[in-house]
Design a protein. Structure first.
Length: 87
């Protein structure tokens, strides 16, 4: 199994609601700009507008073992997302 870095992310939607999701990347990726770009790619799939992702909203939380589904997402897209709230 692959070790992944979990980036805890909060972004305000244009309706004022706060989205909460995790961006999961291989633990070898430490450049936050790459992680932010993955988050922006994910946000582009949503039917609503959001604020930009910055270090205030997205921070490295912890390292964990990837599940098979997470590993498959990372192999396909370079990242995986866990939707938590208001996504």
């Amino acid at each position: 199994m692959t070790k992944i870095a979990v980036w805890d992310t909060y972004v305000q939607r244009d309706d004022g609601v706060i989205m909460h999701f995790d961006i999961l990347v291989p633990d070898s990726i430490t450049d936050q700009n790459i992680v932010f770009k993955f988050g922006e790619n994910y946000l582009e799939t949503k039917p609503f507008k959001t604020e930009k992702i910055t270090t205030n909203e997205c921070k490295l939380c912890h390292i964990e073992q990837a599940t098979l589904e997470m590993s498959n997402d990372i192999e396909t897209k370079g990242y995986s997302i866990i939707e938590m709230e208001n996504c």
